[in-house]
Design a protein around this ligand. Structure first.
Ligand SMILES: NC(=O)c1ccc[n+]([C@@H]2O[C@H](COP(=O)([O-])OP(=O)(O)OC[C@H]3O[C@@H](n4cnc5c(N)ncnc54)[C@H](O)[C@@H]3O)[C@@H](O)[C@H]2O)c1
Length: 274
């Protein structure tokens, strides 16, 4: 019997799914029965990851997974990725807007082009993803059953963190974009929920970049010290794992979160509460 948290029958598109949090989401959602389209700049890596998930028995043989290329800053590629998902899995119920980049450095040293680039990747992607997913999911659209859009923000989109102003400003925009879209979609009767997820520091390639940045701006002398600093900032005293974020994404993708929209979900070991 399908439970409230089951994703059986749901079709999911995930961006930035070749590694890190996106890949963990793809694995968990497929384990829970969703058909998952993994997309990334690096489509070949998505394909390799899918093959590995099957050969390592991390997902059942019956799991449905496919890969496509998607640079989230490119409008034409968004349209193509959504069409490909619709064609391949005959629907679209969930979009996980996960792809993102980190730009560190102090505000006084940040270059305008770096700030513009992080906005382009982290914010334009949210706009384009929500636009084309909502067109597909809304009543009368080619998928037409409503759905759930999950946007990856950050603790740095909620509070100030040294070295994180360019990145944090982009993630703050993700938070509010999610709320505006949520209210608009609900009022217009689209039956599409939109929520933002705010991870603390998660053990991925991007997490490593953040540690390096603490060293580069002089907050820590070594990577070990940077790590200790982050653990100090985290009441639960451990780094997050990609799976910690995937669990929240799974809840928001499922009907268990049917009454949640325009909300922010912090998954940060207590960091933002301290
Ligand atoms: N790791 C953390 O500590 C942390 C904390 C808070 C929020 N987040 C957010 O979670 C999300 C995933 O982070 P992660 O740690 O897994 O990052 P990661 O750097 O490990 O992986 C990011 C993935 O996004 C892809 N990507 C980058 N630019 C892209 C583009 N233009 N188009 C398509 N794909 C692109 C990369 O190829 C990569 O596969 C990001 O939005 C990030 O900002 C991460």
């Amino acid at each position: 019997m399908a439970t409230l948290c089951s994703l059986e029958g749901k079709v999911v598109l995930i961006t930035g799914a070749a590694t890190g949090i996106g890949l963990a989401c793809a694995r968990l959602l497929a384990q829970q029965g969703a058909a998952v389209m993994l997309s990334d700049l690096d489509e070949a890596q998505c394909r390799r990851q899918i093959e590995k998930l099957y050969t390592d028995n991390q997902i059942p043989e019956s799991a449905k997974m496919a890969a496509c290329a998607l640079d989230v800053t490119r409008e034409d590629q968004w349209q193509a990725a959504i069409e490909q998902t619709l064609r391949r899995f005959d629907g679209l119920d969930v979009l996980v807007n996960n792809a993102g980049i980190y730009v560190g450095g102090t505000l006084v040293e940040n270059a305008l082009e770096d700030v513009q680039r992080v906005q382009q990747v982290n914010v334009d992607s949210i706009f384009l993803g929500m636009k084309y997913a909502a067109r597909a999911m809304q009543p009368g659209g080619p998928a037409g059953k409503g759905g759930s859009i999950i946007n990856l923000s950050s603790v740095a989109g909620l509070v100030g963190v040294p070295g994180h102003s360019a990145y944090g400003a982009s993630k703050g925009a993700v938070r509010l974009y999610s709320k505006h879209a949520a209210v608009e979609f609900a009022r217009l009767g689209y039956n599409i929920r939109v929520n933002s997820v705010h991870p603390g520091l998660i053990a991925t390639a991007m997490g490593d970049q953040a540690f390096q940045d603490f060293v580069d701006i002089g907050l820590a002398d070594t990577l070990e010290q940077a790590r200790a600093l982050v653990l100090q900032m985290t009441p639960m005293g451990r780094l997050g794992q990609p799976e910690d974020i995937a669990s929240m994404v799974s809840f928001l993708a499922s009907d268990a979160s049917a009454y949640c929209t325009g909300a922010e979900f912090n998954v940060d070991g207590g960091m933002s509460a301290a």
